[in-house]
Write a protein that binds this ligand. Structure first.
Ligand code: GLC
Length: 423
């Protein structure tokens, strides 16, 4: 009854090899235009940090802020890519019914007090010993040195008031003081993509591209050749803002109802925060539902993973969320739709990697490892295969030289490295 319409909707998520090549070329073009100071949809933010030597050592506090959980870790860098975790504290940033520090109802002071209290837990209330803190702050921030990152705009639907336009480490310092301790000194702020790249480069040289494919999506790379006399450093592309993409009706609906209509176009087509919602808009249309249902990227994962003959997991999910029982051909079409959304996501992400590779290696692409952290890359079924297929369609024979590797926990190790490198 619904299969045909769902199948038609799935087709709107199709990307041909030519579409992918065009995305890759446009991504390269925008990177190069930005480097020549021409306006593009990429923010191309300077990080004021290069690559680690691999020899960094010492004890540091690492703060990871920007996903669903806040994490503070005390760790010791041992050099040669090795490190040891001493203490780890993780807290959700929102807890239904109890608190929500990332909604517009919360203030900067409330949020940063919560962060400071979590830091206090990680150092077990020790207010005597000196700690240097590296801060992975996973939002677009403009900086003129490694310390003074100023939040340009929230993304990923974060909305806490009073943080945009502020130097986040100043907010953190004030909160630490309010909590009554000043022995923790925030000394470096980096984006999570930068953190992942630092973490991977700590272990192996010749690593130049780091990416996050999770709640949000973004990529950074090491730029060694600025047009002016800027010294080589990592650039945070904020690729989630890339806008040279054809959007369909469902992308448009999601965008209109988001915190930042018209912005973060690419991120809204690919990242974990949005793909479940995109699926919801499609189902609303395909199943003629009166209201917008709620689905997460985890639902998409479960739908795609349902290998049962009767697609019982999908049937049950639709029964529970929509009170609907569908015929097997409709369930099949629902599964294909979920797969189409995820496949488009993975293929777009891989296409942007090709644009970056073409920029870094304009003559011939050498053997190269792109490092990626994030649950969508790690856990979403079909993502890895689709990314490789996309690389193959764009780079053809050269795609064999590219590997995509999971860099788990890079945000923490990277923050500690940033602190070590800037101390
Ligand atoms: C969003 C943020 C970006 C971050 C990414 C992954 O795109 O704008 O700074 O790197 O999410 O967390």
């Amino acid at each position: 009854m619904y299969a045909n319409i769902l199948t038609d909707i799935s087709k709107d998520f199709n990307l041909t090899p030519d579409n992918l090549k065009e995305i890759a070329s446009c991504a390269r073009y925008e990177i190069e235009q930005s480097l020549s100071n021409n306006p593009t949809s990429l923010k191309m933010l300077k990080s004021y940090i290069g690559l680690p030597s691999g020899l960094e050592t010492g004890e540091y506090l690492a703060l990871d802020f920007g996903g669903t959980n806040l994490r503070v870790v005390l760790l010791e860098l041992l050099g040669n890519g090795e490190y040891k975790i001493i203490k780890k504290v993780a807290k959700p940033l929102k807890f239904p019914g109890l608190y929500d520090f990332i909604s517009a109802d919360s203030t900067a002071a409330e949020l940063f007090d919560f962060i400071a209290a979590t830091i206090d837990e990680a150092i077990a209330g020790n207010h005597d010993k000196k700690y240097y803190l590296g801060h992975t702050f996973s939002f677009p921030s403009s900086q003129t040195n490694i310390y003074n990152a100023k939040l340009i705009t929230w993304t990923k639907e974060f909305a806490t008031t009073g943080v945009e336009g502020q130097i986040v480490n100043d907010l953190l310092k004030e909160a630490l003081q309010r909590q009554g301790f000043s022995n923790v000194e925030p000394i470096a702020v980096i984006n999570d993509t930068v953190a992942v790249l630092l973490a991977a480069a700590y272990k192996s040289a010749d690593t130049y591209i780091g990416s996050i494919y999770a709640t949000g999506h973004n990529t950074c790379y090491f730029e060694s050749n600025f047009n002016d006399d800027t010294k080589p450093m990592i650039i945070n592309l904020e690729i989630g803002g890339f806008s040279k993409l054809a959007i369909n009706k469902y992308d448009a609906m999601l965008d209109e109802n988001s915190e930042l209509p018209g912005q973060q176009r690419l991120e809204k087509m690919v990242s974990g925060r949005y793909i479940g919602e995109l699926f919801a808009y499609c189902l609303q249309q395909g199943l003629k539902l009166k209201t917008l249902p709620q689905f997460t990227s985890i639902d998409l994962s479960n739908i795609i993973n349902d290998n049962s003959a009767e697609l019982t997991a999908i049937q049950e999910l639709l029964k529970n969320t929509l009170n609907l029982t569908l015929a097997i051909e409709d369930l099949n079409a629902v599964q294909n739709l979920a797969a189409a959304i995820v496949s488009r996501s993975a293929r777009i992400v891989a296409a942007t990697y090709c644009g970056i590779l073409w920029h870094i290696f304009p003559n011939a692409i050498p053997k190269h490892n792109i490092v990626i952290d994030g649950s969508v890359f790690e856990k979403m079924p079909t993502v890895n295969r689709n990314m490789h297929e996309s690389l193959q369609q764009i780079l053809t024979d050269e795609s064999d030289k590219i590997s995509l590797t999971l860099e788990n926990g890079g945000s923490i190790l990277g923050a500690a490295l940033a602190a070590a490198m800037s101390k």
